[in-house]
Design a protein around this ligand. Structure first.
Ligand code: ATP
Ligand code: MG
Length: 504
């Protein structure tokens, strides 16, 4: 079968790293081609060569039977290649229509003079939005949209210009189950129209559901391309990791942790009422999970505990001592940290190095004079960063690299390392394994267990129920800003959690 695009024997070197060595890849009409590999394996880098953002160091690119040493963004566009980046690239300040046509305005001629053709752009935008099922007006500013809607705007861009190859780099990491199903429908439709889809994901069940073929990368090397029909989860993991991943299931679901309370929340109500009257106790040694639908108030509760949002009433105690936290700075000082689900917006400093990011929380915690003097020594910084990079298995060429040069999953590991370096007492993990590969996922679960065993408080918010069920001793289900039920691990099932989460 003829391929829409092909990459032959591609090698890509960055200073200090060979990101890809001798990789082959192609996309056929009407297929979903999965690109699979651990964090830092080279998936995003390979795709950036298809979009023309990066130039291969060696190898050949082929589009419509024509060979090129590299794709420029123009060649890529002319050959119908459209990419939706891991970190979305829509512009919040302008409308949906403007996002779709930015840099590619439609024009018409009036008396021989080209002018912007607003009517056509509006018509085309409406058409495309209808086609992909996004119920919004073309003039709505993108900043008002949810993450999934922003992603649909990116898809709309591809559809509007009749892209032939659409690349989706981890499109489902921030979506709810319902939104994911909608995305699958869109993908199915695109397939039927003969488009080729490249789909990157760390969720193996998803890979097996949507994929037709899979190409696996391991440490930048080409492992192979296979029909999905020949694959199951175990085979995928073996090919991608080269070893088996042991499940990190809860060893002792009915363990009696005694009565020592590490942390207690009493009747927490947020000023904006997004959380109402929530109380819970965290015992020493246990991991406490929070389940619920998106918008149920889990993240909102954690923000309140972390001092990021004001509370109207309620009390919090750490080791029996009453807390009075009015800012995140005070929370960090008290030993409370929040590993956020959204690394881009609230997680890291994008212009700083790995090392600078790693030492930030520790610097803050040890700072004197209200945070004004947070200096720690160069040598100590290096040691702290080295220790955490090692513990979190961050894949990088050097600790002075700017954090945005890292692969998505490795950025997340740096954030984790940063909080661990501050030696916290209570660690709140909010969707900690988003975009994290299977191997590292089980490392993070082990880290949580280790922290709990060391007597630290561990709270986990997750939308993935298997994740909660395999890591938490107890699970609280939130719904409409309130706590609606509490389960011991032994009594919790996915069905029960969903039932309570959706109770009217
Ligand atoms: N601009 C850059 N400068 C230096 N190194 C880079 C740059 N971009 C990527 N790399 C390196 O190339 C390697 C591959 O990164 P890439 O982002 O392609 O991984 P990935 O497979 O997409 O991982 P993830 O699943 O975490 O998103 C990593 O070691 C990364 O640090
Ligand atoms: Mg990536």
């Amino acid at each position: 079968m003829n391929s829409l695009v092909e990459m032959r024997n591609i090698t890509k070197k960055f200073p200090g790293v060979t990101a890809l060595k001798g990789v082959n890849f192609d996309v056929r009409p009407g297929e979903v081609h999965i690109l699979l590999g651990e964090n830092g394996a080279g998936k995003s880098t390979l795709m950036k060569m298809l979009s023309g953002a990066y130039e291969p160091t060696e190898g050949t690119m082929v589009a419509n039977g024509k060979e090129f040493p590299r794709f420029t963004p123009k060649i890529s566009q002319d050959n119908g290649i459209s990419i939706i980046y891991q970190e979305l690239s829509v512009i919040n300040e302008i409308s949906i229509q403007e996002n779709i046509f930015v840099g590619k305005l439609l024009t018409k001629r009036i008396a021989g003079i080209p002018v912007v053709d607003n009517a056509s752009m509006r018509r085309r935008t409406e058409e495309v939005l209808r086609e992909i099922g996004l119920d919004r007006k073309p003039n709505v500013p993108v900043g008002q949209l949810s993450i999934s809607e922003k992603q649909m705007v990116e898809i709309a861009k591809a559809v509007a210009f009749d892209a032939k190859v659409i690349i989706m780099d981890e499109p489902t990491t921030s979506l709810t189950t319902e939104e994911i199903n909608h995305l699958y429908e869109i993908i199915d439709n695109l397939k039927k129209q003969g488009k080729g889809i490249v789909f990157i994901s760390h969720k193996l069940d998803e890979v097996l559901t949507v994929g037709d073929r899979v190409t696996i990368l391991k440490d930048g090397a080409y492992v192979g391309t296979y029909p999905i029909s020949e694959m199951d989860e175990d085979r995928l993991v073996k090919l991608m990791v080269g070893r088996e991943i042991k499940g990190s299931h809860l060893k002792n679901p009915n363990k009696d942790y005694g009565d020592e309370i590490i942390f207690e929340a009493k009747n927490i109500t947020r000023k904006d009422n997004k959380v109402r009257n929530v109380s819970f106790q965290l015992r020493k040694g246990e991991i406490l999970g929070f389940s619920g639908l998106v918008g149920a108030g889990r993240t909102e509760l954690m923000e309140a505990i972390f001092g990021a949002r004001p509370i109207k009433s309620g009390e919090m105690y750490l080791y029996g001592r009453k807390l009075d936290i009015k800012s995140t700075y005070q929370a960090v000082k008290e030993g409370i940290v929040l590993v956020t689900e959204n690394r881009r917006e609230t997680g890291f400093s994008p212009y700083h190095s790995i090392k600078q990011n790693m030492v930030q929380a520790k610097g803050l915690k040890e700072a004197k004079f209200n945070g004004l003097s947070g200096l720690i020594h160069e040598k100590e910084e290096q040691a702290v960063a080295e220790e955490q990079a090692e513990a979190m298995q961050v894949k990088c060429a050097s600790l002075s690299q700017i954090i945005t040069e890292l692969s998505g999953g490795n950025q997340q590991k740096v954030i984790l390392g940063r909080w661990m370096a501050s030696n916290p007492e209570l660690i709140i993990f909010d969707e900690p394994t988003k975009g994290i590969d299977v191997g590292t996922k089980s490392e993070i679960y082990k880290l949580m267990r280790r922290l709990a065993e060391q007597g630290k408080g561990v709270l986990v918010v997750s939308s993935e129920m298997p994740e909660l069920l395999s890591t938490c001793d107890r699970i609280i289900v939130m719904n409409d800003g309130q706590s609606r039920g509490e389960f011991d691990n032994a009594d919790a099932t996915e069905e029960e959690l969903v039932r309570v989460a959706t109770m009217a």
